[in-house]
Design a protein around this ligand. Structure first.
Ligand code: AMP
Ligand code: ZN
Length: 137
């Protein structure tokens, strides 16, 4: 897609600070890093979000993420590390080409994700699981 920023990065038409490249993925530094060592792992083909990934692409993304995470741990010795991945506007996705954030974390680094846990009854969890099992391919 010619107007997609990450397609242009994959094609080398827009510069990026590359960390790793293989057949299916490209890992590069996030231009708006939260902390030094914040890397994005993108799939090379234009796939908008997680719903469009095939099994091979999905596996390749996590394989690259694990390798890059180990490198980030070695280089930056963070106190922790988050994987973050957004799909769709309500989830905060801003670039519509699948990518996974690898974010090294430090105490009081200002990154915040609120987590409003609801703790529903067990029957509700079972009902939710049954609905999902019925449509899993
Ligand atoms: P998301 O909001 O999860 O879709 O994340 C998009 C990310 O892409 C943001 O963290 C941006 O800082 C990053 N980004 C956008 N343009 C570029 C670029 N040209 N090079 C590197 N990172 C970029
Ligand atoms: Zn794209």
């Amino acid at each position: 897609m010619s107007n997609c920023v990450f397609c242009n990065i994959v094609a080398g038409k827009i510069p990026s600070a590359k960390v790793h490249e293989d057949e299916w993925t490209l890992a590069f530094m996030d231009i708006g890093e939260v902390n030094p060592g914040h890397v994005l792992v993108a799939v090379k083909p234009h796939v908008e979000n997680i719903y469009g990934l095939d099994d091979r692409q999905a596996a390749a993304v996590l394989q690259t993420a694990a390798r890059v995470a180990r490198a980030v741990k070695t280089v930056y010795s963070p106190g922790g590390l988050n994987l973050y991945q957004a799909n769709g506007p309500a989830a905060g996705q801003t670039v519509y080409h699948f990518h996974l954030h690898i974010v090294p974390r430090h105490e009081n680094d200002g990154m915040r994700l609120t987590w409003p846990a609801k703790n529903p009854p067990r029957e509700q969890l079972e009902a939710n699981a049954a609905r999902l099992r019925a449509v899993l391919d």
